[in-house]
Design a protein around this ligand. Structure first.
Ligand SMILES: *Cc1c(COP(=O)(O)O)cnc(C)c1O
Length: 376
């Protein structure tokens, strides 16, 4: 309650020239990290900062988490690692989950970037690079335990084990796998993947293991290995569906009003005239659309909030704007430049994702760059 009051008091109510304010609460990010650290101890918590830290800004996010003691940072693509590497101290390691595309090995080795090796093809490239540079290069090995996306499939394990024995100049830092259904605590797939991972640990003895994503952290100690890889939970998303969200919100979004009008019953609103008003309606058009990360599937479904009052989206979401029904507000509440809440105390990431028929991850990573971004 207290924190809600704090949030509403510090919330700006006018746009001050911006189309919207995207606020990223780095202190809340730090508290979310500390919460995971305390749940995991003595297991370490890394951080997944791929896709620009789920849209929140990889550099700011990684610097904040480094300050909290995080030293293991996971990105998906090599280009993300190249951008992040110079911003972090040398004792921070950056892992590329997708591994390296042919041609990136030398640049990766020179920058001290650690690839996640997913296949025999990637293994051969990385160990050939190590031989050529006459250096020992670090790597992580990823195994497929049931997702069929990335990692050594079962059929490649024997050949990999033989290659590891041949003194390949590659130092394996740890092995890892990824859970496909950790967001569903009841899913049988969690236990199936854990069983497969322990078979792999037996086949590759003496190597540390990384397994849990955000959802996996909450599945219990058996899933923790020595290093967890949370992403969404750091950014305030719910780690497990259908459970209370234990994480603190990190992102809030307020969007500016561009124009208001009153229309009679029977008026078409938006593209395709898809919405026809059933009654007289006061409308406000706000300055964010699908190009700013409000999915088009929110057409005639989602809502925004002002003073805790729900204002439904009317008609289709446009590229740069959305029209909302503000009839529930006292007349004159909203004028040019007023702000409406899209993400905040009244609407969580999961709320808007649910209305849009998607997941919190997609909402975060789609947030556009036309907002005024403020880091707190
Ligand atoms: C994205 C990703 C994570 C983080 O997942 P969250 O559900 O956001 O915690 C961890 N590991 C791998 C391999 C990933 O691709």
């Amino acid at each position: 309650m207290d924190s809600d009051i704090l949030v509403s008091r510090t919330r700006t109510t006018t746009a001050k020239g911006a189309t919207g304010h995207l606020t990223i609460d780095l202190a809340a990010l730090g508290r979310n990290y500390r919460k995971l650290v305390s749940m995991l101890a003595p297991v370490r918590a890394g951080a997944v900062v791929k896709a620009d830290a789920y849209g929140l800004g990889a550099e700011r996010v990684a610097a904040t988490l480094y300050g909290e003691g995080c030293r293991h940072f996971f990105v998906a693509q090599f280009v993300e690692a190249v951008r992040l590497r110079p911003t972090l101290a040398h004792d921070a390691q950056i892992f590329v989950l997708n591994g390296l595309q042919p041609g990136n090995e030398i640049a990766g080795a020179e920058r001290g970037i650690v690839p996640v090796v997913n296949s025999l093809a990637q293994w051969r490239q990385w160990s050939a690079t190590a031989r050529m540079l006459k250096r020992c290069l670090p790597a992580v090995l990823q195994f497929d335990t049931g997702m069929s996306r990335l990692g050594f499939p079962r059929e490649e394990r024997a050949e990999l084990a033989a290659a590891l024995g041949d003194g390949s100049n590659v130092e394996i830092l740890f092995i890892m796998s990824h859970l496909a259904s950790a967001d569903d605590m009841e899913s049988d797939q969690n236990g199936e993947q854990l069983a497969e991972m322990s078979r792999i640990a037996d086949e590759f003895p003496g190597l540390d293991m990384s397994f849990a994503n955000s959802g996996g952290v909450f599945l219990g100690d058996a899933y923790h290995g020595v290093l967890a890889r949370p992403g969404i939970a750091l950014y305030g998303g719910a780690p497990n569906n259908g459970e209370a969200n234990p994480m603190e919100p990190v992102v809030s979004l307020d969007v500016a009003v561009v124009q208001t009008r009153t229309v009679p019953a029977g008026t078409k609103v938006g593209y395709g005239g898809a919405h026809v008003t059933q009654r007289e309606m006061r409308l406000a058009t706000i300055a964010a659309g699908y190009a700013d990360g409000l999915p088009r599937t929110l057409s005639d479904r989602g809502a925004v909030y002002v003073n805790g009052i729900r204002l439904p989206i009317v008609g289709r979401v446009s590229m740069d704007s959305v029209t909302v029904d503000v009839s529930a507000l006292p007349e004159g509440t909203l004028t040019l430049g007023s702000l409406v809440e899209v993400l905040g105390p009244n609407q969580t990431l999961e709320d808007i994702a649910g209305d849009a028929g998607t997941i919190s991850y997609e909402i975060l990573t789609a947030l556009g760059d036309r907002y005024d971004r403020q880091y707190r």
